[in-house]
Design a protein around this ligand. Structure first.
Ligand SMILES: [Zn+2]
Length: 508
Protein backbone atom coordinates (compact mmCIF):
# COMPACT_ATOMS: atom_id res chain seq x y z
CA UNK A 1 0.00 0.00 0.00
CA UNK A 2 1.16 3.50 -0.82
CA UNK A 3 1.64 4.95 2.67
CA UNK A 4 0.57 8.42 1.61
CA UNK A 5 -2.87 7.16 0.61
CA UNK A 6 -5.82 6.46 2.87
CA UNK A 7 -6.57 2.69 2.83
CA UNK A 8 -9.62 1.79 0.79
CA UNK A 9 -11.58 -1.12 2.29
CA UNK A 10 -14.38 -2.88 0.42
CA UNK A 11 -17.31 -4.17 2.50
CA UNK A 12 -19.76 -6.83 1.39
CA UNK A 13 -21.76 -9.69 2.82
CA UNK A 14 -24.51 -12.24 2.47
CA UNK A 15 -26.48 -13.18 5.57
CA UNK A 16 -28.52 -16.33 5.23
CA UNK A 17 -28.72 -19.44 7.39
CA UNK A 18 -29.88 -22.02 4.87
CA UNK A 19 -32.09 -24.86 6.08
CA UNK A 20 -32.20 -27.55 3.38
CA UNK A 21 -35.68 -28.61 4.52
CA UNK A 22 -37.24 -25.16 4.05
CA UNK A 23 -38.53 -23.56 0.81
CA UNK A 24 -35.96 -21.55 -1.21
CA UNK A 25 -35.11 -18.02 -0.16
CA UNK A 26 -36.06 -15.46 -2.81
CA UNK A 27 -35.17 -11.83 -3.54
CA UNK A 28 -38.24 -10.55 -1.70
CA UNK A 29 -36.95 -12.15 1.54
CA UNK A 30 -33.81 -9.98 1.29
CA UNK A 31 -35.80 -6.88 0.32
CA UNK A 32 -37.99 -7.26 3.40
CA UNK A 33 -35.02 -7.63 5.78
CA UNK A 34 -31.92 -5.93 4.39
CA UNK A 35 -30.73 -5.27 0.87
CA UNK A 36 -28.47 -2.24 0.82
CA UNK A 37 -25.90 -0.99 -1.64
CA UNK A 38 -23.11 1.55 -1.91
CA UNK A 39 -23.13 4.80 0.04
CA UNK A 40 -26.45 3.97 1.73
CA UNK A 41 -24.57 1.32 3.73
CA UNK A 42 -22.13 3.87 5.14
CA UNK A 43 -24.95 6.26 6.01
CA UNK A 44 -26.90 3.52 7.83
CA UNK A 45 -23.80 2.14 9.56
CA UNK A 46 -22.89 5.52 10.99
CA UNK A 47 -26.46 6.72 11.54
CA UNK A 48 -27.53 4.80 14.67
CA UNK A 49 -30.30 2.21 14.77
CA UNK A 50 -30.73 0.38 11.47
CA UNK A 51 -31.68 -2.96 9.94
CA UNK A 52 -28.10 -3.74 8.94
CA UNK A 53 -26.46 -6.83 10.44
CA UNK A 54 -24.74 -5.62 13.63
CA UNK A 55 -21.28 -6.39 12.22
CA UNK A 56 -21.51 -3.51 9.78
CA UNK A 57 -21.92 -0.62 12.26
CA UNK A 58 -19.43 -2.43 14.52
CA UNK A 59 -16.82 -2.55 11.77
CA UNK A 60 -17.32 1.08 10.80
CA UNK A 61 -17.07 2.22 14.41
CA UNK A 62 -13.76 0.44 14.96
CA UNK A 63 -12.25 1.52 11.66
CA UNK A 64 -13.34 5.12 12.28
CA UNK A 65 -11.74 4.98 15.72
CA UNK A 66 -8.42 3.51 14.63
CA UNK A 67 -7.27 5.79 11.86
CA UNK A 68 -8.09 7.20 8.47
CA UNK A 69 -9.73 4.91 5.94
CA UNK A 70 -12.12 5.03 3.06
CA UNK A 71 -15.11 2.71 3.16
CA UNK A 72 -16.04 1.17 -0.17
CA UNK A 73 -19.35 -0.52 0.66
CA UNK A 74 -20.72 -2.70 -2.13
CA UNK A 75 -23.61 -4.93 -1.10
CA UNK A 76 -25.12 -6.16 2.17
CA UNK A 77 -27.89 -8.70 1.68
CA UNK A 78 -29.59 -10.33 4.67
CA UNK A 79 -32.65 -12.57 4.75
CA UNK A 80 -34.30 -14.48 7.60
CA UNK A 81 -33.15 -18.09 7.93
CA UNK A 82 -34.87 -20.11 5.22
CA UNK A 83 -34.14 -22.48 2.39
CA UNK A 84 -31.11 -22.16 0.09
CA UNK A 85 -31.15 -18.91 -1.89
CA UNK A 86 -32.57 -19.24 -5.39
CA UNK A 87 -29.58 -19.60 -7.73
CA UNK A 88 -30.65 -16.70 -9.97
CA UNK A 89 -30.64 -14.40 -6.92
CA UNK A 90 -27.24 -15.62 -5.78
CA UNK A 91 -25.79 -15.21 -9.26
CA UNK A 92 -27.14 -11.67 -9.32
CA UNK A 93 -25.47 -10.87 -5.99
CA UNK A 94 -22.21 -12.44 -7.19
CA UNK A 95 -22.20 -10.40 -10.42
CA UNK A 96 -22.95 -7.24 -8.51
CA UNK A 97 -20.19 -7.80 -5.94
CA UNK A 98 -17.70 -8.77 -8.64
CA UNK A 99 -18.44 -5.71 -10.76
CA UNK A 100 -18.31 -3.52 -7.68
CA UNK A 101 -14.89 -4.85 -6.69
CA UNK A 102 -13.53 -4.53 -10.23
CA UNK A 103 -14.71 -0.92 -10.44
CA UNK A 104 -13.28 -0.10 -7.01
CA UNK A 105 -9.72 -1.33 -7.63
CA UNK A 106 -7.14 -0.67 -6.37
CA UNK A 107 -8.33 -1.74 -2.93
CA UNK A 108 -6.22 -2.15 0.20
CA UNK A 109 -8.45 -4.63 2.00
CA UNK A 110 -11.81 -6.38 2.02
CA UNK A 111 -14.18 -7.15 4.88
CA UNK A 112 -16.65 -9.95 4.17
CA UNK A 113 -19.41 -9.93 6.82
CA UNK A 114 -21.45 -13.05 6.11
CA UNK A 115 -23.48 -15.43 8.22
CA UNK A 116 -21.52 -18.37 6.85
CA UNK A 117 -24.29 -20.97 6.58
CA UNK A 118 -25.68 -19.90 3.24
CA UNK A 119 -26.09 -22.13 0.26
CA UNK A 120 -27.76 -21.59 -3.08
CA UNK A 121 -30.05 -23.95 -4.94
CA UNK A 122 -27.21 -24.49 -7.44
CA UNK A 123 -24.18 -23.91 -5.19
CA UNK A 124 -23.52 -25.86 -1.99
CA UNK A 125 -20.72 -23.49 -0.96
CA UNK A 126 -21.98 -20.00 -1.74
CA UNK A 127 -19.87 -18.50 1.05
CA UNK A 128 -16.73 -20.14 -0.33
CA UNK A 129 -17.71 -19.01 -3.82
CA UNK A 130 -17.98 -15.38 -2.68
CA UNK A 131 -14.64 -15.51 -0.83
CA UNK A 132 -12.87 -17.10 -3.81
CA UNK A 133 -14.31 -14.47 -6.15
CA UNK A 134 -13.12 -11.69 -3.83
CA UNK A 135 -9.63 -13.21 -3.78
CA UNK A 136 -9.55 -13.47 -7.59
CA UNK A 137 -10.59 -9.85 -7.93
CA UNK A 138 -8.15 -8.30 -5.47
CA UNK A 139 -5.22 -10.67 -5.96
CA UNK A 140 -3.07 -12.52 -3.41
CA UNK A 141 -1.53 -9.51 -1.65
CA UNK A 142 -4.62 -7.64 -0.48
CA UNK A 143 -5.85 -8.59 3.04
CA UNK A 144 -9.28 -10.21 3.17
CA UNK A 145 -10.93 -10.67 6.56
CA UNK A 146 -14.19 -12.54 7.00
CA UNK A 147 -16.55 -12.77 9.98
CA UNK A 148 -19.20 -15.46 10.51
CA UNK A 149 -22.00 -16.43 12.84
CA UNK A 150 -21.03 -19.44 14.98
CA UNK A 151 -23.77 -21.43 13.20
CA UNK A 152 -21.65 -21.40 10.05
CA UNK A 153 -20.50 -24.27 7.85
CA UNK A 154 -16.92 -23.44 6.92
CA UNK A 155 -15.44 -24.83 3.71
CA UNK A 156 -11.80 -25.39 2.83
CA UNK A 157 -12.33 -23.04 -0.13
CA UNK A 158 -13.33 -20.22 2.19
CA UNK A 159 -10.38 -20.72 4.53
CA UNK A 160 -8.01 -20.78 1.52
CA UNK A 161 -9.42 -17.55 0.13
CA UNK A 162 -9.35 -15.35 3.24
CA UNK A 163 -6.47 -14.19 5.44
CA UNK A 164 -8.46 -14.43 8.65
CA UNK A 165 -11.80 -15.84 9.76
CA UNK A 166 -13.46 -14.45 12.89
CA UNK A 167 -16.45 -16.36 14.28
CA UNK A 168 -18.91 -15.22 16.98
CA UNK A 169 -18.13 -16.51 20.45
CA UNK A 170 -21.50 -15.95 22.11
CA UNK A 171 -24.83 -17.74 21.78
CA UNK A 172 -27.25 -15.98 22.09
CA UNK A 173 -25.24 -13.75 19.77
CA UNK A 174 -24.41 -10.54 21.56
CA UNK A 175 -20.86 -10.13 20.25
CA UNK A 176 -21.44 -9.28 16.58
CA UNK A 177 -20.07 -5.76 16.96
CA UNK A 178 -17.15 -7.03 19.04
CA UNK A 179 -16.20 -9.63 16.42
CA UNK A 180 -16.48 -6.98 13.70
CA UNK A 181 -14.12 -4.80 15.74
CA UNK A 182 -11.75 -7.75 16.02
CA UNK A 183 -11.95 -8.14 12.23
CA UNK A 184 -11.14 -4.45 11.82
CA UNK A 185 -8.14 -4.78 14.14
CA UNK A 186 -6.82 -7.74 12.16
CA UNK A 187 -7.26 -5.79 8.95
CA UNK A 188 -5.40 -2.82 10.43
CA UNK A 189 -2.54 -5.12 11.48
CA UNK A 190 -2.38 -6.53 7.96
CA UNK A 191 -2.39 -3.06 6.47
CA UNK A 192 0.71 -2.58 8.61
CA UNK A 193 2.38 -5.57 6.95
CA UNK A 194 1.41 -8.53 9.19
CA UNK A 195 0.62 -11.73 7.26
CA UNK A 196 -1.19 -14.43 9.25
CA UNK A 197 -1.28 -18.21 8.81
CA UNK A 198 -4.33 -20.37 9.21
CA UNK A 199 -5.08 -23.91 10.32
CA UNK A 200 -8.41 -25.60 9.79
CA UNK A 201 -10.04 -28.79 11.08
CA UNK A 202 -13.55 -30.09 10.51
CA UNK A 203 -14.90 -32.72 12.90
CA UNK A 204 -17.52 -35.37 12.07
CA UNK A 205 -19.64 -33.77 14.78
CA UNK A 206 -22.92 -31.95 14.08
CA UNK A 207 -24.25 -30.75 17.43
CA UNK A 208 -27.96 -29.87 17.63
CA UNK A 209 -28.27 -26.09 18.10
CA UNK A 210 -29.72 -26.45 21.61
CA UNK A 211 -26.34 -27.80 22.75
CA UNK A 212 -24.41 -24.78 21.43
CA UNK A 213 -25.13 -22.29 24.20
CA UNK A 214 -22.15 -20.39 25.53
CA UNK A 215 -23.28 -19.64 29.11
CA UNK A 216 -22.59 -23.24 30.12
CA UNK A 217 -22.15 -26.66 28.61
CA UNK A 218 -19.60 -28.31 26.31
CA UNK A 219 -19.54 -25.53 23.76
CA UNK A 220 -19.12 -22.87 26.43
CA UNK A 221 -16.08 -24.79 27.69
CA UNK A 222 -14.60 -24.93 24.17
CA UNK A 223 -15.11 -21.21 23.60
CA UNK A 224 -13.49 -20.57 26.96
CA UNK A 225 -10.49 -22.66 25.86
CA UNK A 226 -10.27 -20.66 22.64
CA UNK A 227 -10.27 -17.41 24.58
CA UNK A 228 -7.59 -18.68 26.95
CA UNK A 229 -5.45 -19.62 23.94
CA UNK A 230 -5.82 -16.13 22.51
CA UNK A 231 -5.08 -14.53 25.84
CA UNK A 232 -2.04 -16.64 26.78
CA UNK A 233 -0.37 -16.95 23.39
CA UNK A 234 0.17 -13.67 21.53
CA UNK A 235 0.94 -15.64 18.36
CA UNK A 236 -2.68 -16.83 18.25
CA UNK A 237 -4.52 -13.96 16.59
CA UNK A 238 -7.92 -15.59 16.53
CA UNK A 239 -9.32 -18.95 17.60
CA UNK A 240 -12.71 -19.69 16.07
CA UNK A 241 -14.72 -22.76 17.02
CA UNK A 242 -17.86 -22.86 14.89
CA UNK A 243 -20.65 -25.13 16.08
CA UNK A 244 -22.05 -25.33 12.55
CA UNK A 245 -25.60 -25.45 11.22
CA UNK A 246 -26.59 -29.06 10.68
CA UNK A 247 -29.88 -28.24 8.90
CA UNK A 248 -27.95 -27.02 5.86
CA UNK A 249 -27.48 -30.77 5.22
CA UNK A 250 -24.23 -30.40 3.27
CA UNK A 251 -20.90 -32.21 3.07
CA UNK A 252 -19.24 -29.18 4.68
CA UNK A 253 -21.43 -29.40 7.80
CA UNK A 254 -19.78 -30.16 11.11
CA UNK A 255 -18.02 -28.36 13.90
CA UNK A 256 -14.92 -26.56 12.63
CA UNK A 257 -11.87 -25.05 14.25
CA UNK A 258 -10.13 -22.25 12.38
CA UNK A 259 -7.04 -20.67 13.89
CA UNK A 260 -5.45 -17.50 12.59
CA UNK A 261 -1.91 -17.13 13.94
CA UNK A 262 1.37 -15.39 13.34
CA UNK A 263 3.03 -18.67 12.29
CA UNK A 264 1.86 -21.97 10.84
CA UNK A 265 3.11 -24.17 13.69
CA UNK A 266 1.20 -22.18 16.29
CA UNK A 267 -1.94 -22.32 14.16
CA UNK A 268 -1.71 -26.10 13.74
CA UNK A 269 -1.02 -26.78 17.42
CA UNK A 270 -3.90 -24.60 18.59
CA UNK A 271 -6.35 -26.11 16.09
CA UNK A 272 -5.46 -29.63 17.23
CA UNK A 273 -5.80 -28.78 20.87
CA UNK A 274 -9.32 -27.41 20.45
CA UNK A 275 -10.45 -30.11 18.01
CA UNK A 276 -9.22 -32.89 20.30
CA UNK A 277 -11.12 -31.49 23.25
CA UNK A 278 -14.31 -31.10 21.19
CA UNK A 279 -14.09 -34.67 19.95
CA UNK A 280 -13.21 -36.12 23.35
CA UNK A 281 -16.33 -34.50 24.81
CA UNK A 282 -18.71 -35.36 21.98
CA UNK A 283 -21.10 -37.27 24.29
CA UNK A 284 -21.92 -33.96 25.94
CA UNK A 285 -23.63 -32.79 22.71
CA UNK A 286 -26.64 -35.01 23.34
CA UNK A 287 -29.49 -33.20 25.00
CA UNK A 288 -32.86 -34.60 26.02
CA UNK A 289 -35.92 -32.42 25.40
CA UNK A 290 -39.12 -32.37 27.47
CA UNK A 291 -42.05 -34.33 26.01
CA UNK A 292 -44.99 -32.14 24.97
CA UNK A 293 -47.43 -33.56 27.57
CA UNK A 294 -44.96 -32.98 30.38
CA UNK A 295 -44.32 -29.40 29.21
CA UNK A 296 -48.06 -28.71 29.15
CA UNK A 297 -48.37 -30.08 32.69
CA UNK A 298 -45.73 -27.54 33.81
CA UNK A 299 -47.70 -24.75 32.12
CA UNK A 300 -51.02 -25.69 33.71
CA UNK A 301 -49.40 -25.98 37.15
CA UNK A 302 -47.94 -22.49 36.71
CA UNK A 303 -51.35 -21.26 35.55
CA UNK A 304 -52.96 -22.58 38.74
CA UNK A 305 -50.33 -20.81 40.80
CA UNK A 306 -48.84 -24.11 41.97
CA UNK A 307 -45.48 -23.31 40.39
CA UNK A 308 -43.62 -20.16 39.33
CA UNK A 309 -44.14 -18.89 35.77
CA UNK A 310 -42.53 -21.02 33.10
CA UNK A 311 -41.20 -20.42 29.59
CA UNK A 312 -41.77 -23.12 26.98
CA UNK A 313 -39.38 -22.94 24.01
CA UNK A 314 -40.82 -24.41 20.83
CA UNK A 315 -37.30 -25.16 19.61
CA UNK A 316 -38.49 -27.32 16.70
CA UNK A 317 -40.34 -24.43 15.02
CA UNK A 318 -37.75 -21.69 15.23
CA UNK A 319 -37.98 -19.16 12.38
CA UNK A 320 -34.41 -18.27 13.38
CA UNK A 321 -33.35 -21.65 12.01
CA UNK A 322 -35.64 -21.82 8.99
CA UNK A 323 -38.81 -22.99 10.77
CA UNK A 324 -42.11 -21.59 9.52
CA UNK A 325 -43.28 -20.34 12.94
CA UNK A 326 -46.67 -21.90 12.31
CA UNK A 327 -46.80 -25.32 13.95
CA UNK A 328 -49.79 -25.61 16.30
CA UNK A 329 -48.77 -28.55 18.49
CA UNK A 330 -48.19 -26.45 21.63
CA UNK A 331 -51.10 -24.12 20.91
CA UNK A 332 -53.53 -27.00 20.52
CA UNK A 333 -52.27 -28.90 23.57
CA UNK A 334 -52.30 -25.83 25.86
CA UNK A 335 -55.78 -24.91 24.66
CA UNK A 336 -57.07 -28.42 25.24
CA UNK A 337 -55.54 -28.51 28.71
CA UNK A 338 -57.17 -25.17 29.60
CA UNK A 339 -53.85 -23.64 30.64
CA UNK A 340 -54.32 -20.17 32.17
CA UNK A 341 -52.23 -17.04 31.76
CA UNK A 342 -50.45 -18.25 28.62
CA UNK A 343 -48.91 -15.92 26.01
CA UNK A 344 -47.69 -17.55 22.79
CA UNK A 345 -45.74 -15.92 20.00
CA UNK A 346 -45.03 -15.25 17.33
CA UNK A 347 -47.40 -17.44 15.36
CA UNK A 348 -46.69 -16.65 11.71
CA UNK A 349 -49.90 -16.54 9.72
CA UNK A 350 -50.29 -13.55 7.36
CA UNK A 351 -53.85 -14.54 6.37
CA UNK A 352 -55.01 -14.69 9.98
CA UNK A 353 -53.27 -11.40 10.81
CA UNK A 354 -54.93 -9.74 7.82
CA UNK A 355 -58.35 -11.06 8.83
CA UNK A 356 -57.91 -9.72 12.37
CA UNK A 357 -56.81 -6.36 10.96
CA UNK A 358 -59.92 -6.24 8.75
CA UNK A 359 -62.25 -7.16 11.64
CA UNK A 360 -60.83 -4.62 14.08
CA UNK A 361 -60.05 -4.63 17.78
CA UNK A 362 -62.76 -6.19 19.94
CA UNK A 363 -64.16 -8.37 17.15
CA UNK A 364 -65.10 -11.97 17.93
CA UNK A 365 -64.57 -14.57 15.22
CA UNK A 366 -63.53 -18.12 14.46
CA UNK A 367 -59.74 -17.92 14.25
CA UNK A 368 -58.35 -20.42 11.77
CA UNK A 369 -54.60 -20.96 12.14
CA UNK A 370 -52.91 -22.38 9.03
CA UNK A 371 -55.89 -22.37 6.68
CA UNK A 372 -53.47 -23.59 4.01
CA UNK A 373 -51.82 -26.64 5.53
CA UNK A 374 -48.27 -27.75 4.85
CA UNK A 375 -45.83 -30.14 6.48
CA UNK A 376 -46.15 -29.66 10.27
CA UNK A 377 -48.45 -26.63 9.74
CA UNK A 378 -51.74 -28.35 10.42
CA UNK A 379 -54.99 -26.42 10.70
CA UNK A 380 -56.23 -25.35 14.13
CA UNK A 381 -59.44 -23.40 14.73
CA UNK A 382 -60.96 -21.87 17.85
CA UNK A 383 -63.34 -19.02 18.69
CA UNK A 384 -61.27 -15.92 19.45
CA UNK A 385 -61.36 -12.19 20.04
CA UNK A 386 -59.07 -9.52 18.58
CA UNK A 387 -57.46 -7.72 21.51
CA UNK A 388 -54.78 -5.54 19.90
CA UNK A 389 -53.73 -4.66 16.34
CA UNK A 390 -50.31 -3.31 15.39
CA UNK A 391 -48.10 -2.70 12.34
CA UNK A 392 -45.60 -5.12 13.88
CA UNK A 393 -42.72 -2.63 13.88
CA UNK A 394 -40.54 -1.94 16.86
CA UNK A 395 -37.05 -1.59 18.26
CA UNK A 396 -35.46 -4.30 20.38
CA UNK A 397 -34.40 -3.50 23.93
CA UNK A 398 -32.44 -6.53 25.14
CA UNK A 399 -29.96 -9.21 24.10
CA UNK A 400 -29.39 -9.97 20.44
CA UNK A 401 -31.92 -7.35 19.29
CA UNK A 402 -30.98 -4.45 21.55
CA UNK A 403 -31.17 -1.22 19.57
CA UNK A 404 -32.12 -3.01 16.37
CA UNK A 405 -35.26 -2.52 14.35
CA UNK A 406 -37.64 -5.44 13.82
CA UNK A 407 -40.70 -5.89 11.67
CA UNK A 408 -43.27 -8.63 12.23
CA UNK A 409 -45.49 -7.27 9.48
CA UNK A 410 -49.15 -6.50 10.31
CA UNK A 411 -49.75 -8.21 13.65
CA UNK A 412 -52.53 -9.00 16.07
CA UNK A 413 -52.98 -10.19 19.63
CA UNK A 414 -55.80 -12.72 19.80
CA UNK A 415 -57.41 -14.25 22.87
CA UNK A 416 -58.90 -17.69 22.44
CA UNK A 417 -62.42 -17.64 23.87
CA UNK A 418 -62.97 -19.19 27.28
CA UNK A 419 -59.26 -19.65 27.90
CA UNK A 420 -56.36 -17.77 29.33
CA UNK A 421 -54.52 -18.21 26.07
CA UNK A 422 -53.33 -15.18 24.12
CA UNK A 423 -51.50 -15.49 20.82
CA UNK A 424 -49.45 -12.87 18.97
CA UNK A 425 -49.95 -13.46 15.25
CA UNK A 426 -47.43 -11.95 12.83
CA UNK A 427 -47.09 -11.76 9.05
CA UNK A 428 -43.31 -11.89 8.52
CA UNK A 429 -41.27 -14.88 9.64
CA UNK A 430 -39.37 -13.75 12.75
CA UNK A 431 -38.39 -15.65 15.89
CA UNK A 432 -39.62 -14.40 19.25
CA UNK A 433 -36.31 -13.52 20.90
CA UNK A 434 -37.12 -9.97 21.93
CA UNK A 435 -39.57 -8.97 24.71
CA UNK A 436 -40.54 -5.81 22.81
CA UNK A 437 -42.24 -8.03 20.23
CA UNK A 438 -44.78 -8.95 22.92
CA UNK A 439 -44.79 -5.60 24.72
CA UNK A 440 -45.69 -3.92 21.45
CA UNK A 441 -49.05 -5.66 21.88
CA UNK A 442 -49.54 -4.30 25.43
CA UNK A 443 -48.51 -7.60 27.02
CA UNK A 444 -47.09 -7.44 30.54
CA UNK A 445 -44.64 -10.35 30.41
CA UNK A 446 -44.11 -10.23 34.17
CA UNK A 447 -47.81 -10.98 34.70
CA UNK A 448 -47.94 -14.04 32.42
CA UNK A 449 -47.91 -17.53 33.99
CA UNK A 450 -46.47 -19.14 30.87
CA UNK A 451 -44.73 -17.68 27.83
CA UNK A 452 -44.31 -19.85 24.73
CA UNK A 453 -41.59 -18.68 22.36
CA UNK A 454 -40.99 -19.90 18.84
CA UNK A 455 -37.23 -19.60 19.19
CA UNK A 456 -34.38 -22.01 19.81
CA UNK A 457 -32.04 -20.13 22.09
CA UNK A 458 -31.71 -16.40 21.30
CA UNK A 459 -34.76 -15.69 23.50
CA UNK A 460 -32.52 -16.47 26.49
CA UNK A 461 -30.78 -13.09 26.14
CA UNK A 462 -34.11 -11.26 25.78
CA UNK A 463 -36.28 -12.93 28.41
CA UNK A 464 -33.62 -13.51 31.07
CA UNK A 465 -35.10 -10.80 33.30
CA UNK A 466 -38.27 -12.92 33.65
CA UNK A 467 -37.08 -16.52 33.32
CA UNK A 468 -33.99 -18.05 34.88
CA UNK A 469 -32.52 -21.11 33.19
CA UNK A 470 -34.37 -23.51 35.53
CA UNK A 471 -37.74 -22.09 34.44
CA UNK A 472 -37.05 -22.67 30.73
CA UNK A 473 -38.31 -25.88 29.15
CA UNK A 474 -37.22 -26.99 25.67
CA UNK A 475 -40.19 -28.85 24.24
CA UNK A 476 -40.03 -31.90 22.00
CA UNK A 477 -42.61 -31.22 19.29
CA UNK A 478 -42.41 -31.86 15.53
CA UNK A 479 -40.91 -29.16 13.32
CA UNK A 480 -38.34 -28.13 10.74
CA UNK A 481 -35.74 -27.27 13.36
CA UNK A 482 -36.20 -30.19 15.74
CA UNK A 483 -32.97 -30.93 17.62
CA UNK A 484 -33.86 -34.62 17.35
CA UNK A 485 -31.63 -35.14 14.31
CA UNK A 486 -32.92 -38.67 13.72
CA UNK A 487 -36.24 -37.10 12.62
CA UNK A 488 -34.82 -35.84 9.32
CA UNK A 489 -34.15 -37.51 5.96
CA UNK A 490 -30.57 -36.30 5.51
CA UNK A 491 -29.20 -36.32 1.98
CA UNK A 492 -25.85 -34.54 1.92
CA UNK A 493 -24.47 -34.65 5.45
CA UNK A 494 -21.09 -36.33 5.76
CA UNK A 495 -21.74 -39.75 7.29
CA UNK A 496 -21.02 -41.21 9.69
CA UNK A 497 -21.40 -38.12 11.85
CA UNK A 498 -21.96 -37.80 15.60
CA UNK A 499 -24.48 -37.81 17.30
CA UNK A 500 -26.52 -39.24 14.40
CA UNK A 501 -24.14 -42.15 13.97
CA UNK A 502 -22.55 -43.95 16.88
CA UNK A 503 -19.75 -45.23 14.65
CA UNK A 504 -18.46 -41.78 13.65
CA UNK A 505 -14.68 -41.65 13.93
CA UNK A 506 -12.11 -38.89 13.82
CA UNK A 507 -8.44 -39.70 13.78
CA UNK A 508 -5.85 -36.97 13.56
ZN1 LIG B 1 -26.40 -18.11 14.82
Amino acid sequence: MDSTRVPRIAILGLHLEANAFAPPTVLEDFRRQCLERGAAISALARGGTSHLPMEIPGFYARMDATGPWEAVPLLIAAAPPGGPVAQVVFTGFMDEMQRGLAAALPLDGVYIASHGASSATGDEDSDGTIAAMVRRQVGPAVPVVCSHDLHCNVSEALVRAVDALVVYRTNPHVDMAARAAESADLLRAMLGGMRPHRAFIRLPLTPPSVTLLTAEGPYADLIHDAEVLMRDNPAVLNASVAGGFVFSDLPKCGMTVTITARDAATAEAAAHRLAHRAWAERERYRRPLTPLAEAVAHATAAGRGEAPPVLLADVADNPGGGGRGSTAYLLRALHKAGAQGVVLGVFIDPALAAEAQALGEGAAFEAVFNRVESEFSERFAAPARVLVLRDGRGVGRRGTMAGRRFDLGPSALLELAGSGLRVVVGSLRRQLHEPAMLELHDIDIGAARCVVVKSRGHFRAGFDEYFAGDRIIEVDAPGLTSPVLGNFAWKRLPRPVFPLDEDAVWAR
